[in-house]
Design a protein around this ligand. Sequence first.
Ligand code: GDP
Length: 551
Amino acid sequence: MQKPIVVRFAWEIIWSIFVQISTMGFLEEIKRRRTFGIISHPDAGKTTLTEKLLLFGGAIQEAGAVKSNKIKKTATSDFMEIERQRGISVATSVLAFVYKDKKINILDTPGHKDFAEDTFRTLTAVDSVIVVIDVAKGVEEQTEKLVEVCRRRNIPMIVFINKLDREGKDAFDLLDEVEQKLGLTVTPLSLPIGMGYDFKGIYNLWERNIQLFQDEQKQTIGKKITFEQVDDPELEAAIGSARLNTLKEELELVEGVYPPFDQSAYLEGKLQPVLFGSALNNFGVEELLNCFIDIAPEPLPKTSEERLIQPEEKQFSGFVFKIHANMDPNHRDRLAFVKIVSGTFERNTPYLHVRHNKKLKFSSPNAFFAEKKEIVDVSYPGDIVGLHDTGNFKIGDTLTHQEKIQFQGIPSFSPEHFRYINNADPMKAKQLNKGIDQLMDEGVAQLFTLHLNNRKVIGTVGALQFEVIQYRLLHEYGAHCSYENLNVHKACWVRCKEENHPEFLEFKRVKQKFLANDKQGQLVFLADSAFSLQMTQQKYPAVEFFFTSEF
Ligand code: GDP
C-alpha cells in the first residue's frame, strides 16, 4: 500500500537532512587532516622533533618514547640489527595524533641514504613536508636530494632550523644558504634572539609575539614569557638594549629583503617559510606546530592516469606507497600502507584491486596512533591504513570502490649498485623466484634481466640492500642466493619516439651486451662507466635516456 503523501514527504526531508549531516561530517573529517613528512640529513634532529610534536599533541607523555629508526652504518654486517631496526620502523611508519582538533599524520622517512628510495616513495603520500636543518651544519647532502624531489613535485615545505641552543651559522647566512643550495624562496616566520649559550628566545613573526625562554630545563616544555611588542620596556630589561637593537635591525632587514608570507604561494610550492628553534629544548616547537596547522594543506587531490581525484568524492580510492614485511618468518604476511585519496575506507568492504581486477576485503585494517597501531572501522582522506597482505600488492597499486583508475607517480630511481643474483640451492628455485618477485614488489631493489643471456641482475640504491635481500630470502622464503660482481655504473631507462629509427636500431645492436629489461618489461641500458654513458648519449641523440622510471 502506498504511504500517504505527507508521510513520504516527511521521510524525504528527514533522509535529505541525514545525508547532509553525514556529508558534513565527512567533509569536516577531511578538513581536519594534515598529512606530512619530516625530511632531513641524518642527525639534524628529525626523530627529536617528531617526538616533541607528539609530546605537544599529548600523544606521548615523556621524551624518549619514539625510537629512532636509523639504520646505523655499523649495522652493515649485523643482520639481526637490521631486522630489529626494520621492526622499529614499522612501529614508527605513521605517527598520528590530534592537536587543536586537527588529526595530524606524520609519515616517517628513513634518513639513511641507502633507504632513500623508501623516502622518495613516502613523499608521494604526503601533502606537505617540514625540512629540518642543523644550524651548525647548514644544508647537507641528503637534505639537498630530498628537497629537490619535493621541489619538483611542488610540495609545500616549511623549513625548521634546529639546534639553536648551540653555536651555529648566522641566521641570515643560513637563509641565504637555504635559498642558494636548495633553490628555494624563503621568508622567515620567526627569528632567533641570540644563539648557543646566549640563546634567549624567538621573535615569532607569525603570531606576532616575542617569546623568551626562561627555563633551561630539557625534555619538558619550558616556561615562556610572551611580549606582544618590541617596544615593551620589560623586553629591554630582559634581553638588554644591545640585543634589542640588533633585533630591531634584523626585523627591518626581514621586512626589506624577504617577501611577505603568502599562503597560496606556500601551498603552490613557490615560497617556503622558515622557523628557528631547538627540538631538544622545546624551543620553537609549539610555534612550529601552531604555524603548521594554520598554513599546511588539507588532503590534496591526486592525479590518476584517467582524471584528477578529489578527496571529497564519495567513493573510496587510495594507493600503496610502502610495503613492509612482517617480522614473523612463520607468516609471510606483509603490511601494505595505503594513503586514502578520496571517500571513506571501511572495514570488511570489498574494494577493487585495479591491477588484478579483483575485489578484496580487509577484516583488520590498521590505523596508526602515536606509536601504536589498532584496527579501525572507518578512515578518511589523508589517513594511512595498513592492510595485511599475502603478496597481492606491489608499490604503486591502486585500490578503489569500483572505478578503474591508476594513480600516477611512484617512481623508481636509477640504481647505482649491481650484482648478478644466482641460485645457491637448485632444489629451492621456486622459492627463490617467488622471494625475489615479492621483495621487488616491496621496492627493496630492482630486478633486470639481461638480453644477452637472461641472467638476473639486482640493482639497488644502497649497498646495504644486498645483505637485507640475502637475509630475507633465507629467513622468509628458505632460499639461498649468492651474488657475483658486475661492473655497471648506472642503469637508465631508454626510449625512442620512433621504434624503427635507424639510430635506435643501431644503438640496440651495438649495445646489446648492456641491455636488459626491468620487471615491467621496459628497456634499460646498463652503462659500465659515466664516460661510456656520456659517449652513448652523444652518439645516439635520437635515443632518450631517463634516470627515473617515471617518464
Ligand atoms: P635524526 O637523525 O635527524 O633523527 O636526528 P636525532 O633526532 O636522532 O638527533 C641527532 C642528535 O642531535 C641527537 O643526539 C639529539 O639529541 C641531538 N639534537 C636534536 N635536536 C637538538 C637540539 O635542538 N639541540 C641539540 N643540542 N641537540 C639536538
